[in-house]
Design a protein around this ligand. Structure first.
Ligand code: SF4
Length: 201
């Protein structure tokens, strides 16, 4: 993956202590130590700063999502991009509530979500949202912030256990934030975050 993003002429060696990697890559070609904790951010930044060919980006997608990816166009035929197989066939939410209790979703609310709640006059939801403003304009939103405080809720406040069943439901399911609609984006995402949606039981 490092070579795919940094270029074939980059040199990447594993640190013998298993803490990270030593990288020699442009610009500068100075040897740099990147620990495993920071490697993802380092590669994302490198990806933003390099203009990789569509073929290379496709190969990166295949590695990242551990699935098949193809260069192509969107349904309108106008926008070039990469199609990524999500592997989501067979997904079935078990309503275990794990995602709502354990995952980080603080920046997963879009401005459109916020505007929609405004339109619907869902002040009950909006009081758990902290809009971030710049020059008087909302530029992003944070969820779920305990009303009247600056503290995030430990678990999603809209999660409700169904009485007498080992299942949970979302009390704002119809108007839930974008991040909840999108989760899990791929089978790999589900597997990496402990989602039970592919388990056979
Ligand atoms: S962790 Fe997966 S199976 Fe469990 S509630 Fe969330 S989406 Fe559904």
């Amino acid at each position: 993956m490092c070579k795919l993003i940094l270029g074939e002429d980059a040199t990447v060696k594993k640190d013998p202590a298993g803490e990270g990697v030593w990288i020699v890559a442009p610009p500068g070609r100075r040897m740099k130590f990147i620990n495993y904790h920071s490697l993802g951010d380092y590669l994302i930044k490198a990806l933003e700063n390099r203009s990789l060919s569509t073929e290379s980006l496709t190969a990166v997608c295949q590695r990242v999502f551990r699935t098949r990816a193809y260069p192509g166009h969107d349904d309108s035929g106008k926008q070039a991009g990469i199609w990524v197989e999500t592997g989501m066939e067979g997904f079935n939410c078990r309503q275990c509530g794990r995602c709502c209790q354990t995952l980080e979703y603080y920046d997963g609310c879009t401005i459109d979500n916020y505007r929609n709640w405004e339109c619907l006059q869902r002040t009950d939801i909006m009081e758990w949202v902290r809009p971030i403003t710049q020059d008087g304009e909302i530029v992003s939103c944070r969820i779920w912030v305990k009303p009247g405080t600056k503290h995030y809720a430990e678990i999603c406040p809209w999660l409700r256990k169904i009485p007498d069943r080992n299942r949970y439901e979302c009390r704002i399911h119809d108007v839930r934030p974008e991040i909840c609609r999108q989760y899990p984006g791929t089978r790999k995402h589900a597997e990496m975050t402990g989602c039970a949606g592919f388990s056979m039981s």
